[in-house]
Design a protein around this ligand. Structure first.
Ligand code: UDP
Length: 239
């Protein structure tokens, strides 16, 4: 039945923010577990899953200056935040019986493997969920760019970006009541319109490597399984 699936290997980019749940900061393990249950279902159906998680629920580099920190230092703190989130996801997935590996872009061998592309591929082939932590390992990048980079490196057929918004709008929906959800757009349109769901670096990496991007709301019921198991067209596709 694997042949029927829309994508065999996917990279899921999960925003850190959603992991905070209603608390708005840190980790709400009920939310983590709920998301991981859907991921477990995908893994059990034979989809090869890699995950990049953000760190916005703990620390964002853009806030560094307000705290009288260097931007680069703040970015490293943000990357460490993604490691915390990655370990939480790993625990939740393994409680659900899904084998996982965390690979970090900044070496911390006592808690995770270093990022090694060929090793990540091997894990995926063996049915392990691979969680890529610490972003790209470099400051001044985002976890969206890390997601696009890893998606290209592992040959993912799709980058599924899940956050708490329904998709890409023609203008900021939090400021404009008449903002319209776009079902489909090209990479060029997404970059040119500066629609702010992803940075230009992430869009252009996907464009160069022909990786479609789907943006959808993870807080809605069964988003992951609807898109990746049932082939439903929800959210926005950029291709
Ligand atoms: N970050 C970085 N380099 C990377 C990825 C992330 O410096 O390659 C830092 C950056 O400061 C960012 C923080 O890690 O603000 C957390 O990631 P992000 O804001 O992308 O998380 P999200 O918004 O998805 O929760």
């Amino acid at each position: 039945e694997v042949g029927m699936l829309p994508y065999k290997r996917v990279l899921i980019k999960l925003s850190g923010e959603v992991l905070a749940g209603a608390k708005g900061f840190g980790l709400d393990m009920d939310v983590v577990l709920r998301i991981c249950k859907d991921m477990a279902e995908l893994a059990k159906a034979g989809i090869e899953i890699a995950i990049v998680v953000g760190g916005g629920n703990i620390f964002r580099g853009v806030n560094a200056e307000k705290l009288n920190l260097d931007r680069a230092q703040g970015d490293y703190m943000g990357m460490l935040a993604t490691v915390i989130n990655s370990l939480a996801l790993q625990s939740a997935l393994e409680k659900l019986g899904v084998p996982t590996r965390v690979q970090t872009a900044i070496e911390m061998k006592a808690i995770a493997e270093p990022f090694i592309r060929r090793r990540a591929l091997r894990h995926l082939e063996k049915g392990r969920v691979v969680i890529f932590a610490a972003g790209t390992g470099s400051p001044y990048f985002s976890t969206d760019t890390a997601a696009a980079l890893r998606a290209a490196e592992i040959g993912a057929e799709c980058l599924l970006k899940v956050t708490k918004v329904d998709g890409i709008y023609d203008k900021d929906p939090s400021l404009n009541a008449d903002a319209k959800l776009l079902k489909e757009l090209t990479y060029e349109e997404a970059i040119k319109e500066q629609l702010k769901v992803m940075d230009a670096a992430a869009f252009s990496l996907c464009m160069e490597n022909n990786i479609p991007i789907i943006v959808a709301n993870i807080l809605k019921e069964s988003t992951l399984t609807k898109i990746l198991l049932e082939g439903k067209k929800i959210g926005t596709i950029v291709h």
